[in-house]
Design a protein around this ligand. Structure first.
Ligand code: SF4
Ligand SMILES: [Zn+2]
Length: 386
């Protein structure tokens, strides 16, 4: 490894964000972890309740494969992405085929699941990450088994040529894109995403041309953003992408080990979003998703809005005061299924006023990074602590 670059002041070239992003992936604990797993076993396989494109409830199986990871991570990487923890440089096509067979064997060839989600800590349709013969296996198997397939991808892989090839094997699947923010400034300076909103626009045009379904991930509260800004921006992003998405999944930030956001969090400079902010974001976005005030399945539905607070209620995930968290997380998850604002009726806690005050102050004071603190406990104890 080259010696670390100085921050400033020596007249030499300064430290780049790239070095900060990459550093954790090269630490001894990360390297040891990457070498510790068996390349013929998938990272995780689990089932969850889901709904099909036509609204029918079903069971879905999620297969998370161990891969070489994301090509954007190799050259730079998003500020919150901890997927490097599940990757290894030497994964072969044989390994991936073995992982896929193991996943199918564990679930009787997906006999009970109508939906299959295949996640690769990157893009399934990216040839540098995933051997083409394995891409073909996944597309073909799911088509032959008659399963609704969901894969993840960045934007640059979704060219006309690639989609023509993929739909030749499987004519109908869903592509989930981690757009994170429909805002070029946020994509560049907060997320370090490596593509622009124009790239997403192009990808969506291509996907529509091939009649493929589009799932859009948005990030709630990227780094270097206040709670109030996160709330306002997220509603605006939902507005920008709703008409062109079949499904929007808002992911509240959760802190993954060894990332830039992990550093900020440990330095007490970032608080994962309040669950109350998610409730407020859903209330405001509901009018965009259901312009006539309907619920999921009604004629006025523009697309489906899903919010799943990963690590909800924990300090490293979206959280409130610790007392009301489980109840609020459950209501948010119920909304993802029902699309009914009644899920939040009667929900309250003494911490609601604290959240309201924080958001109020952030709107009225010149504090671009916000004032939220991640710690729980008595306010007096917090003020006394260094
Ligand atoms: S594009 Fe996705 S997988 Fe790649 S670094 Fe960003 S979040 Fe991680
Ligand atoms: Zn509370």
């Amino acid at each position: 490894m080259p010696p670390p670059r100085p921050l400033l002041g020596t007249g030499n070239k300064g430290l780049r964000i790239h070095d900060l992003v990459k550093a954790p992936a090269n630490t001894p604990w990360a390297k040891a972890k990457q070498q510790s797993w068996d390349a013929s076993e998938p990272a995780t396989v689990y089932t969850t309740p889901e709904v099909l494109a036509d609204g029918t409830p079903c069971e879905a199986v999620t297969v998370i494969l161990r891969t070489k990871g994301c090509h954007w991570w190799w050259s730079s990487g998003c500020t919150f992405c901890g997927y490097f923890n599940d990757t290894r440089d030497d994964v072969t096509s044989e390994d991936l085929h073995a992982q896929w067979e193991a996943a199918k064997a564990a679930h009787d060839h997906f006999a009970k699941q109508a939906m299959v989600k295949v996640y690769t800590s990157g893009s399934l349709l990216e040839d540098r990450e995933i051997p083409v013969d394995f891409q073909e296996t996944v597309l073909k198997d799911c088509h032959q088994l008659g399963k609704e397939l969901i894969v993840e991808s960045r934007c640059e892989q979704l060219t006309e040529a690639k989609l023509a090839w993929a739909t030749g094997i499987n004519p109908s699947f869903t592509v989930a894109i981690g757009l994170e923010a429909y805002d070029d400034e946020v994509l560049r300076f907060h997320v370090n995403k490596g593509f622009s909103t124009a790239a997403w626009d192009r990808a969506v045009t291509n996907l529509k041309r091939f009649n493929l379904r589009i799932k859009t991930y948005l990030m709630f509260k990227p780094p270097f953003m206040s709670e109030a800004d996160a709330l306002d921006h997220c509603v605006a992003w939902v507005q920008s992408v709703a008409e062109r998405s079949d499904e929007i999944s808002v992911n509240p930030m959760n802190i993954q080990r060894g990332t830039v956001i992990d550093r900020l969090h440990r330095h007490d400079e970032y608080r994962p979003p309040w669950l109350w902010s998610l409730v407020e974001m859903i209330r405001r976005s509901h009018a965009i998703i259901h312009p006539q005030g309907g619920v999921n399945g009604d004629d006025d539905q523009v697309c489906r809005l899903i919010v799943h607070p990963t690590a909800g209620g924990k300090i490293r995930g979206s959280h409130n005061c610790g007392v009301c968290d489980a109840e609020v997380v459950a209501a948010v998850e119920r909304y993802a299924v029902s699309g009914d604002l009644m899920e939040f009726e009667g929900l309250t806690c003494s911490c609601l006023a604290v959240w309201e005050n924080e958001v109020f102050l952030e709107r009225h004071l010149p504090l671009p990074l916000g004032i939220s603190k991640p710690r729980r406990g008595r306010v007096v104890d917090r003020l006394r602590s260094p």
